[in-house]
Design a protein around this ligand. Structure first.
Ligand code: S3P
Length: 435
């Protein structure tokens, strides 16, 4: 593999063996930084996933007056006087490509006695924010934005918030988290009803910080006026990043890859279940059973067969759908992915971009309004493909290059650094390892 400008060139290695180095979980890192910044005192975050997205959270919180020091590439020390001591930002809070940073920060700044403006890159400025701004307005925040508060830049005149009862229109962890954060500083009680389960890292972390949240099925209730305690967090390895190697290992004919310390939180690790259901040989070697459970994962070359992904499984695997679609191109039969319309409003329209780019490599993928149909197995042929500046698509196409005939060129390869800055060097190292 060689990287020229913003393109990566990949060809299939004879073998794919070794231990993979993975970043810390992006979702947990955002929360560990933000929720500790809301606490008064000191906290250490180790093994954090400090890709471009989480670095935005760091920068935005510094603009709010939080002292964040780097102890190493992966370890941080946060010193804060809590959300009550935060200052009005002088600059626009630039969330870059990070939807999680923007939505969680909206929940925080809505409750601050401050005027804040949040914006981001071209992709983030297209993404819907009214799912967060509408309930925050109901809580009492004054919010303006493009298209009536739908798109960034978003301006927030924060202040005293009142708890609300709110039914989430979609199973979104970002919206749920924004409302839990706002609800924690509001007066009164906030009740959130979810249509289905989404990742629960915010609930788990707040509980460890001593914040009381009551869960009754899909309904969450948080009392206002609570202050979280600072807690040290050792971030598990990111299962969404592991998904690229789990798929690479399953579809490459000579593969044996190990990934230690990966998050297997059941609201996140659905990709392991789906790949196993498709016939992937994945061993789960239990490791830590804490609030955020982790395990060592081993994957070996496998014969895959088609599957169906729909309904309540979708929120649990949504970030992994592009890479699962690649797995399906190498699986026997017709894979159907439905109920995944939320993919259209991610970093790119992932239904359309995944379909287009996999087909450029010779796959047989059909685009549906809410998903994809993939007929497999189809051999893949190297071609020039485009990441659409979407980190997960860039890495998916890189993995496709590991099994395609000839050379695959991924344009916009650098976007991988949003969540996995060492992805391309790692791909080169594992390919060389086994030449
Ligand atoms: C995330 C939640 C998910 C996911 C995103 C990260 C989070 O989005 O797609 O990559 O950390 O809360 P939704 O909240 O839109 O489901």
């Amino acid at each position: 593999m060689t990287t020229a400008r913003d393109a990566a060139e990949i060809s299939a290695p004879a073998k794919l063996h070794g231990e993979v180095s993975l970043p810390g979980d992006k979702s947990i890192t955002h929360r560990a930084i933000l929720l500790n910044a809301m606490a008064e005192g000191e906290a250490r975050i180790s093994q954090a996933g400090l890709g471009a997205d989480c670095m935005r959270t760091v920068q935005c919180l510094r603009s709010l007056g939080v002292d964040i020091q780097f102890l190493s590439d992966t370890d941080l020390l946060i010193r804060s006087s809590g959300s009550q001591g935060m200052q009005e930002p002088d600059e626009v809070l630039d969330c870059g490509n990070a939807g999680t940073a923007m939505r969680l920060l909206l929940g925080l700044v809505a409750g601050l006695d401050a005027f804040s403006v949040l914006s981001g890159d071209a992709s983030l400025r297209r993404r819907p924010m009214s799912r967060v701004t509408n309930p925050l307005r109901l809580m009492g925040a004054e919010i303006y934005g493009r298209n009536g508060g739908e798109n960034p830049p978003i301006a927030v005149n924060g202040g005293r918030l009142e708890g609300i009862e709110f039914e989430l229109p979609v199973a979104s962890a970002q919206v749920k988290s924004a409302l839990l954060i706002a609800g924690m500083i509001a007066s009164g009680e906030t009740t959130i009803r979810q249509p289905a389960l989404s990742r629960n890292h915010t609930e788990l972390m707040l509980a460890t910080q001593g914040v009381q949240i009551d869960a009754n099925g899909l309904t969450l209730t948080i009392k206002g006026g609570q202050r979280p305690n600072p807690i040290d967090v050792r971030v598990p390895r990111d299962v969404s990043s592991a998904a690229f190697w789990l798929t690479a290992g399953a579809i490459h004919p000579q593969a044996d890859l190990m990934m230690p310390g990966v998050s297997i939180n059941p609201t996140r690790a659905g990709v392991i279940d789906v790949l196993r259901r498709m016939g992937a040989q994945i061993d789960i070697i239990a490791d830590n059973n804490g609030t955020e459970p982790t395990a060592g994962l081993r994957v070996r070359s496998s014969r895959l067969h088609a599957t169906r992904i729909d309904g309540e499984q979708v929120p649990i695997v949504q970030d992994e759908i592009p890479i699962l679609a690649l797995a399906a191109t190498q699986a026997e039969g017709r894979t159907e992915i439905r109920d995944a319309q939320e993919l259209r409003i991610k970093e790119s329209d992932r239904i359309s971009t995944t379909c287009r780019e996999l087909n450029s490599l010779g796959a047989n993928v059909e685009e549906l309004a809410d998903g994809l149909i993939i007929e497999g197995p189809t051999p893949l042929n190297g071609a020039v493909v485009d990441s659409h500046d979407d980190h997960r698509l860039a890495m998916c196409l890189g993995v496709a290059g590991l099994v395609a005939d000839g050379t695959t060129t991924v344009l916009g390869a650098d976007s991988a650094s949003v969540s996995y800055p060492s992805f391309w060097p790692e791909l080169a190292r594992l390919s060389l390892n086994s030449a």
